[in-house]
Design a protein around this ligand. Structure first.
Ligand code: PLP
Length: 278
């Protein structure tokens, strides 16, 4: 299947970038992953809005109006026009002589491709999650390709047989290495407020909308690690994670939470299924 690189469709082996691309040298770029349920985009405008926000925050000039038709073309070129899939978009500041300051007239590198994703069995999953220190930077609201802290943390978790890791900063849960975290305590759902310490998840937004519509109480408040014994239910959300129940939360040798899927998680999953599948 083909990739779209700076204006052209081509096989991946022909898609090359400059060794001086700032995305390669500095991780100076941003990305987005948009889900397509049976070939139809879910919350496309939210994904485009986040992309626009991130581009503005790091001052990469780029016209996003070309994106939507290209995404559908990526799907059909990959034979995924009617499948569950996702489209990956990456924009870096492009090639320039290596300086820390930004080039005056950047020529951004734009990459896009579609890939298949299994989106139908999320409600059957139970994830084991490792808790570790959040040693990322202070601008996690930018969906940057510079993900070394996320990949290092996730590698430690996967190496030990976990499915994902949950990060703790100053005694509070922030989010997963590639997912948003929710905690249910005394019938109230807690999730970290929008802040530079988390990525503002589109699935997070959808889940909070569902809570409003179903009358499920929630608080956009960071949940403290030392209150973990008061938690009845934990779940993670994300574009490909959707809403996944957590069965085990462990920090080093210590079990912090263990449980079956709670009633609230189940209700949210049911409603999420309706909204994504129409
Ligand atoms: N937090 C991080 C660090 C992520 O990489 C992601 C991406 O999936 C999320 C949260 C969830 O965001 P979304 O629901 O928009 O996919």
């Amino acid at each position: 299947s083909e990739v779209y690189l700076s204006g052209k469709w081509m096989p991946p082996r022909e898609a090359t970038i400059s060794v001086f691309d700032r995305g390669f040298m500095f991780g100076d770029g941003i990305y987005e992953v948009t889900p397509f349920y049976r070939g139809k985009a879910f919350r496309l405008q939210d994904h485009l809005d986040r992309l626009k926000y991130c581009l503005a925050e790091i001052k990469i000039p780029f016209d996003l109006s070309i994106l939507e038709p290209l995404m559908y073309e990526a799907l059909s070129r990959a034979g995924l026009a009617a499948s569950d899939a996702a489209v990956y978009v990456q924009i870096s500041r492009g090639a320039a002589p290596r300086t820390h300051y930004f080039p005056e007239t950047p020529k951004p590198t734009f990459l896009m491709y579609a890939f298949p994703v299994k989106l139908e069995n999320f409600h059957e999953k139970r994830w084991k999650v490792l808790v570790s220190e959040d040693f990322r930077w202070q601008r996690c609201d930018i969906k940057s390709t510079a993900l070394l802290a996320n990949t290092m943390s996730n590698e430690q978790a996967v190496l030990r047989g976990y499915d994902e890791n949950l990060l703790v900063r100053d005694g509070y849960f922030t989010e997963g290495s590639h997912s948003t975290a929710f905690f249910v305590s005394n019938g109230i759902i807690y999730t970290h407020p929008k802040s530079p310490h988390i990525l503002s998840g589109i699935t997070r937004k959808v889940v909070l909308e569902i809570c409003r519509d179903l009358g499920i109480k929630f608080k956009e408040e960071a949940f403290p690690l030392d209150k973990i014994s008061e938690v009845d239910d934990v779940f993670l959300t994300g574009t490909t994670t959707q809403i996944t129940a957590v069965s085990l939360l462990q920090e080093k040798e210590q079990v912090l939470f263990q449980g079956e899927k709670g009633e609230i998680t189940g209700r949210l999953q049911e409603e999420f299924l309706k909204r994504t599948r129409g």
